[in-house]
Design a protein around this ligand. Structure first.
Ligand SMILES: [Zn+2]
Length: 318
């Protein structure tokens, strides 16, 4: 039976999200280390899952960040010296208002998320078929010089970068989080032929300036659903994307969000956790190495069921 390497993030402290603005509403932060505990618990219930430490070198983390994010942005984050949360309007997504604050501890957690994601990519370079970065905060709303939606540094883009630097390219990115990956899209735009991005997400998309046409860039596939789709309809679109990407890519990076399940505090869709068994099966059938990066998913009571269902589909039932 295949094996899934579960990459465990180094644990920080005092690094839970403070709040996030959704439209006019200020919502208490839902992203904390409790999410990682639940995600890991679900994964290790499968006997094919093997935990490994996030051990990518500091230099590799720094090198990758400098390749993705603008120097001025990285410098501003590095200069945060206090636990006091601050809003940085200069680093909101272009055309949008800032929606999250940041502090020193959150930047440290985001860097550990990058280390975790790079480690997942490095294990693929070493020959692993399946790896899963159990990381937080999520990354797919973080762009070259902006942060939003709990995301400060882009984990999926870091994995893509590490894979391509190691000779595995092009990379297909499948983003299955509820939300459109505005940050990943902006970074992929700068990567040229290294990566292609496919996203399935809820409409209307609120993390781009109103009226922005999708797909944003050549080679991108953007599938929007105005309301919670039928699970079979959604899975057909997932299968379509995986098939298309497997024709051109040498590895898949999956931005996996569980905020599509019923009861998610940032959600609105009504998927059952079991849908991720079929998602895992489709990825396994691609024949490609699969590097999973955790994005959203905030219904703490459901996360273990989601990650377990995913591992079961990817590795086979028990
Ligand atoms: Zn999301």
């Amino acid at each position: 039976m295949s094996e899934l390497l579960m990459v465990e993030q180094r644990q920080g402290s005092g690094d839970a999200a403070f709040w996030v603005r959704e439209g006019e509403r200020l919502i208490e932060g839902q992203d904390s280390n409790l999410r990682l505990v639940e995600l890991r618990a679900g994964l290790v219930r499968h006997s094919g899952v093997r935990p490994v430490e996030a051990d990518a070198a500091d230099e590799e983390v720094q090198r990758t960040l400098e390749a993705l994010h603008e120097a001025e942005y990285l410098r501003a984050l590095a200069e945060l010296s206090s636990e006091e949360p601050v809003v940085m309007p200069d680093f909101a997504p272009p055309g949008l208002d800032p929606d999250i604050p940041v502090n020193k501890a959150l930047v440290a957690a985001a860097r550990e998320g990058i280390r975790t994601s790079i480690t997942a990519a490095e294990r693929v370079l070493e020959g692993a078929r399946f790896t899963y970065a159990v990381c937080r905060p999520p990354g797919h709303h973080a762009g070259p010089a902006f942060h939003a939606g709990y995301c400060y540094l882009n984990n999926a883009a870091a994995a893509v970068r590490r894979l391509s630097d190691g000779g595995v390219k092009p990379v297909g990115i499948v983003d299955l989080d509820l939300h459109y990956p505005n940050g990943t899209s902006a970074l992929v735009e700068r990567m040229g032929s290294i990566a292609a991005l496919h996203s399935l997400h809820a409409a209307p998309v609120t993390n781009l300036p109103p009226g922005t046409p999708l797909p944003r860039i050549a080679g991108e596939r953007a599938v929007a659903f105005a309301e919670s789709p039928d699970e079979d309809v959604y899975l057909e679109e997932v299968a379509h994307s995986i098939h298309e990407l497997s024709e051109i890519a040498r590895a898949l990076v999956v931005s996996l969000g569980y905020d599509t399940v019923a009861g998610d505090p940032h959600g609105g869709w009504s998927f059952r956790p079991e849908i991720f068994t079929e998602v895992g099966r489709l990825l396994a059938r691609s024949g490609l190495p699969v590097c999973v990066i955790q994005e959203g998913g905030y219904a703490l009571d459901e996360l273990a069921a989601c990650s377990h269902a995913f591992a079961t589909g990817l590795l086979g039932g028990e």
